[in-house]
Design a protein around this ligand. Structure first.
Ligand SMILES: C[S@@+](CC[C@H](N)C(=O)[O-])C[C@H]1O[C@@H](n2cnc3c(N)ncnc32)[C@H](O)[C@@H]1O
Length: 258
């Protein structure tokens, strides 16, 4: 039980929520003191909401959360306040919640949200694939399936698959493969449970938060002669064997030969 609580506390999203609650308590205390000492001057709701955001952002900084959490903490109460001021029917919030749940699923745990890689990256990956033999490749966290579908159409001799945890992106990629008669395959699973020894090439476009664990997994499972690719994100303390950055790519592609 205690271990579970400690694991949950380590998740930035959980800390952010608890810090918002703490900020609310501190704000309450501040307002009580204000009313006690300066009862003639009323604090408007807008100012109180602004203060809530500022306190929560300072707490996020104190807890050493990543910089984007400071920004989220600052603007979250204002966004909530504005959304409530619109007097939208509750069903709109339910629909938005369900949409984001299906799209992002366990992002609060994995810390890897959905954002797609570009066509230029797919081209760079295609150039890196061995051409003297057929290969098995996996995109771990395949999103809407763009990379897998593109490479499957270029490499008819090879088996390219995607693994995706979130239900909506997986469903969309699966449908895209069906409708376009692609040989690309998509499974809904956590790549952490996947045995990487089955693949000649593993492609990842994840987030800095998971790169070190991915390196350990790749070292433990990937076969000699296979290749690990990461779009945008390096692995600390493990320099890549190749770094590809063409003019059309916004971010580099890193390659490690195992
Ligand atoms: C940055 S997107 C990359 C999408 C795709 N690879 C591309 O290049 O366009 C990362 C994806 O990984 C998925 N993901 C995150 N953690 C995962 C996990 N443990 N197992 C499978 N998929 C995961 C997310 O849901 C998201 O769709």
């Amino acid at each position: 039980m205690m271990r579970r609580l400690r694991t949950a506390w380590r998740l930035p999203a959980v800390q952010a929520l608890l810090l918002q609650i703490l900020a609310g308590c501190l704000l309450g205390l501040l307002l009580v003191m204000w009313w006690y000492f300066i009862p003639a001057v009323l604090v408007s709701t807008g100012i109180a909401v602004l203060l809530q955001g500022v306190i929560a952002a300072l707490l996020a900084r104190w807890r050493k959360l990543a910089v984007w959490w400071w920004v989220i903490q600052l603007f979250f109460p204002m966004a909530l306040f504005l959304a409530m001021a619109l007097h939208l029917p509750p069903v709109v919030f339910l629909a938005a919640f369900l949409l984001f749940l299906l799209l992002y699923w366990h992002t609060f745990r994995t810390q890897v949200p959905y954002y797609p890689s570009s066509f230029a990256v797919w081209e760079a990956v295609a150039q890196l694939l061995p051409t003297d033999r057929s290969i098995r490749m996996v995109d771990i966290g395949s999103g809407l399936g763009g990379l897998v579908l593109n490479l499957s159409s270029r490499r008819l001799d090879s088996e390219i698959m995607g693994v995706e945890l979130a239900p909506l992106p997986w469903l969309i990629s699966w449908l895209r493969a069906r409708l376009s008669n692609s040989r690309g395959r998509f499974i809904r699973a956590d790549y952490v449970d996947l045995d990487l020894s089955q693949f000649d090439v593993v492609f990842a476009y994840l987030s800095p938060a998971v790169m070190s664990a991915l390196w350990d997994k790749a070292q433990a499972e990937m076969r000699p002669g296979s290749m690990l690719l990461s779009n945008e994100f390096k692995i600390e303390h493990h320099a890549a064997d190749r770094v590809i950055q063409t003019e059309r790519m916004r971010t580099p592609l890193y390659a490690w030969y195992i």
